[in-house]
Design a protein around this ligand. Structure first.
Ligand code: HEM
Length: 367
């Protein structure tokens, strides 16, 4: 398997992974697939941005309205009950100061410290692996993400319960921010979920809550999808190899693009990929296509390279501060599972989550 172009060995992995989009957002997925032939395309007041350079340009050069409804900033603010700034929605000096404080917790020393929360990994086989035992990788991701969220919030709430509350807060807030006719009850459901998270966590300011929500939702989406791909495409040899593993991790995060679409709003006129943009235009920045997830299979022997792979974490001053944490955690999960050469036995799509992902992903030892 070389070259990175679509390879038959990956067809099964790709087919299964597509289910997470088709299960929850079939129309959006079809629209984005149908329009990706052109790097940037205008549909009324909305710009669809697929091209890597245009995507980078939109995130680094174009002034963005970070509090507009229907954007990640607007949804994050709503998810936390609107009390205080939540990073996604910030600009300038305040944003830089909060990013600096986060860099300590999520930089290399901080991640090394957080790592003790999940080592040894709480992998719970339903019976001995050799006797046909199974593991639910979603449950594993939820347990670990809940522990990380608890540490970031200074809360000792039950980790899986915290993770579920963070998932509910994100899902209800995204639903209440979807474009289209107003959904009766959606805002109230989002407010209830936000209050539920705050009550359960019992601690933490708006910033910590936002980081915890981001950590949980991305981890619970990304880790099981990456494990399923690794299993379906037979990549456990690469996962077992300490030298190849970091590249495999970057490649799996690239092709699964856990946050596949970044909804943004232009704050002022400008241009993206040579196309004029007006203030107030909606931008649908397709991280999945910018990173080439749809056309280049993951290959640790011939990776796409950091410039492209990193695009799944955004770009510019708001680029994801949790990228290192996500990569280290996925590497640890792959290392732990690799000796068993797991195969997927059952996978159910989560139709309600904020990010496309599995509701359960059962694997059993393949050796
Ligand atoms: C595979 C896992 C992850 C993916 C794909 C991902 C993706 C993203 C993306 C695309 C953005 C928006 C960047 C932009 O606007 O340019 C973002 C922002 C953010 N992410 Fe992540 N993320 C992941 C994991 C995490 C984790 C584990 C944490 C926390 C520990 C985290 C915390 C954040 C925060 C706080 C922001 C907002 C940053 C800002 O606006 O300044 N993310 N992430």
């Amino acid at each position: 398997m070389t070259g990175g172009m679509l390879d038959p060995a990956h067809a099964k992995a790709r087919r299964r992974d597509r289910r997470v989009y088709l299960g929850a957002h079939p129309l959006l997925f079809a629209l984005l697939a149908a329009t990706r032939g052109r790097g940037v395309r205008r549909l009324g007041g909305t710009m669809l941005v697929h091209d890597a350079d245009a995507y980078r340009e939109a995130l680094t050069r174009l002034p963005l309205d970070r509090t507009a409804a229907g954007t990640t900033g607007g949804a994050a603010r709503a998810a936390l009950g609107g009390d205080g700034d939540v990073l996604f929605d910030q600009e300038g000096t305040g944003h830089r100061a909060d990013r600096r404080s986060l860099a300590g917790r999520l930089g290399s020393a901080g991640v090394e410290e957080l790592r003790s929360l999940w080592r040894p990994l709480p992998v719970r086989w339903s019976a001995p692996p050799a006797g046909g035992g199974e593991v639910d990788v979603v449950e594993l991701a939820r347990e670990v993400a809940g522990r990380v969220a608890g540490a970031l919030l200074g809360s000792d709430a039950d980790p899986p319960a915290l993770a579920r509350a963070a998932a509910r807060a994100a899902a209800t807030s995204v639903r209440s921010h979807l474009p289209g006719p107003p959904r009766p009850g959606a805002a109230a459901a989002a407010a209830r979920a936000a209050a539920g998270l705050r009550e359960l966590a019992g601690a933490g300011d708006a910033l910590s809550s936002m980081v915890a929500v981001a950590a949980v939702n991305t981890t619970v989406a990304a880790v099981p999808r990456a494990v399923a791909w690794c299993a379906d495409a037979g990549l456990w040899e690469q996962a077992a190899d300490a030298e190849l593993r970091p590249r495999l991790v970057a490649e799996l995060l690239r092709v699964t693009a856990a946050s596949p679409v970044l909804p943004r709003v232009a704050a002022a006129a400008g241009s993206v990929g040579g196309c004029p943009v007006r203030g107030g235009d909606r931008l649908v920045l397709v991280a999945r296509h910018a990173a080439g997830a749809h056309r280049r299979d993951p290959d640790a022997g011939d990776p796409a390279g950091p410039e492209v792979a990193r695009l799944v974490f955004g770009a510019g001053p708001h680029a994801c501060p949790g990228a290192r944490l996500a990569s280290v955690l996925l590497g640890d999960v792959l290392e732990e599972l690799a000796p068993y050469r797991p195969v997927v036995t059952r996978a159910r799509v989560d139709r309600r989550a904020a990010l496309p992902g599995w509701r359960s992903l059962m694997v059993r030892a393949g050796v």
